[in-house]
Structure formats: structure tokens, C-alpha cells
Design a protein around this ligand. Sequence first.
Ligand SMILES: [Zn+2]
Length: 398
Amino acid sequence: VERSAGGDRLGPAGVLELFRTGRAKTRSDVVRLTGLGRGTVSQRLDGLTEAGLLVSDGEGVSTGGRPPRRFAFHSSHGVFLVGDMRAHHIHAAVTNLEGAVLAERMLSIDVAAGPRPILDQLIAGLEELLGGLGRSPIEVRGIGVAVPGPVEFATGRVISPPIMIGWDRFDIPGHFAASYSCPVLVDKDANAMAFGEHRWCWPDHPEMLMVEVGTGIGSGVVIAGRLYRGAFGAAGDIGHIPYGPGEGSGEEPTCRCGNVGCIEAYAGGWAIARDLRKLGHNVNQTADVVTLLRLRHPDVTALIRHAARIIGVAISDAVNILNPSLVVIGGELALADEPLLAGIREVVYRRSLPLATRDLQITVSQLGGAAGVIGLALMLGDRAFAPELIDEQLGFRP
Ligand SMILES: [Zn+2]
């Protein structure tokens, strides 16, 4: 809460935020942190408790006299449904209102089958998970979907996606509206990962770049502690930065986006799979590349080292433009850990400006495969508990 000393103008939403972020546990904490009078604080706490947003959480430590009553954000007062989609699978999960995963499942898909069958499969999978938890669809407070393609964030539509054949401009939120009345948000996969990783693991790095190295290559940009989506949602699409001499040289690989010579066309999981097939390996998708990687096959290690240097060039460009203090590498191929990270580090530290690399950390994702679902749930939390919504719901007018 940025407006701590807001006097009586700090409404219930501001007080709720103190509990949601774990900064307050008792009425005295709120008085101390906000400067509101004790009577006003009690009024806010009563309103939030009656609305089911706070719960009594036992008693705290007494400093003489009656022990103070403790409060906590009511994280089980509803659930979020999330689906983190890639080309060949969806990580489906039910979370509580703080983003903790309550139940999850991997669904196999082919994203090119188009939106309707895949979203219906996702809905069915999520409803089975809900049922298994003994929760009902009316408890769903928000639905989040991450997709491997560019998303116009305001409308939740995928726009001219390279691999999501048949999804162009499909109304994903509208598809859920037939069965659910809660808010539905859609974002690109790297944004969901960046949001989760930043909020849970690196809140002290307000300038962070999360790079997803999976089947494709993308990034999520955090600036001043907030996810930066650009004008329409396309920010961070580093996979399609050109690498090498450019069009017309005749040696450039064709990318899934239709251009030639993109970073991804050399270094994405699909491109590495293509190069492994040329070497006689039986690989179809990124998961097969990961299998060879686990076996430490020298062919795949060599290709990953090569890919790392190319990805490093794109990251060093981004580092020069954005000057993050932290670059986090995630995605399926991030488990290649050493060859990938070493190659990226070498290029970024060599090519970026000294001031841009001063104290720059480059590391692998802490949340791993869970970053996307956690990020979606946390985004939904921010939307469901947006200050203006909560204040309005509780009849507070500043
Ligand atoms: Zn491309």
C-alpha cells in the first residue's frame, strides 16, 4: 500500500492489501502502518470480515493484558482456475486466492487443433480437478489462461499467432463466459511466468527480465515492479529479433512466423529438434530434446551451447535497452542449466554495456514449471482484489 499515511481516506481495500501482502496481522499493525484511528480500523476490519475477505486467525502474543486478535487474508474464500498452455500440453491447476496450487494436471494437446476443442478439454480438466477438491464452479473467482502466442491483453484475443493455427482473434474469454460469470484473463506464456517468478521469488528486483527458452523463445519484462506489456501486449517478443546477416543471404533458417533468420529459428526448442533430426535423431518436439538433454547426449549439448550464444545476443540487446538488475531463464530447456546459462552469461557480459551489466545477475527460474500457473493466479488475485473494486463492494467512498 503506497498511500500508508492516508488518514481516513484509506479505505477497506488498502487495509485488505496489508493482510494480503502479510505486512499486518493485528488491528495494532494496521493502526501503526496507516495512521488511521483505532475506531476506523475496527470498522474496516469488521467490514472486511463480514464480506468474507478476512478471517480471524487466532490470538497473537500479548504485551500485557488481553492478547490481540489476529486476522488473515481469507485465501480459501473461493478459488482460481488456471491453464498454462504450450504447443503440446496445458498445465491446468486450481489455486487458492493467494496463488497456492491446490490441484493440478498436465493435459496433452496439439495447439493447432484450434480453440474450441482445446478450451473445452481445458474446462473439462479444470472441472474434474474442482470436483476432486469438493469445490463447486460457483466458488470460482477468476479464470486465467496463458498461451504460446501474442495476446492483445485488453480483449484476451490471440493476434496472428505463428503456431496457434485457427486461434487468430478467437474470443477466449467469451468461450468461458458460456459457463462462468467471473473475470477471465488471457496473457502470453512468458508474461505469466515473469509475473509469478517476480512476485514470489524476486520482489527486490523491480527491473527484471524473464526469458522463456522452450519450444519458442519469448520474454516478460518487469519495469518498476510491474509487468510491462507495451501498447497492446506485444512487448518482450525477443524470439523474433533477427540474428545474423538477414534476409536474402540464402543461408537463414525460416522461422515459424514466416520471416527468416529469427533468434527462435536457430535456438528455439523446435529449431534444435529440427537440427537433431538432421543428425539422425528421432525427435519430434521439445520434450524429446529435453529427454536427450537429460541423457547428456553430446549432440544436444553442442546444439544447446550454440543456441545459448544466439539467445545471449538477443538478451544483451534487451539488457542494453532495459537495464534490468536480474535476468531469469525459464522454460523447458532451462533445465539444461549449465551449458545454456554459461553460454548466455558469456555473451551478455561481453556484449552489453558495462553500466548495464554492473551487478547484473543471470540465473535460472526458481519456480520452474510452476511459474506460469502461479503467475496467472497472482494476476487474478490482483484483479479480483483491485482496490477500487473492494472499496466499491464495501460501500467506501474516499
Ligand atoms: Zn520469427
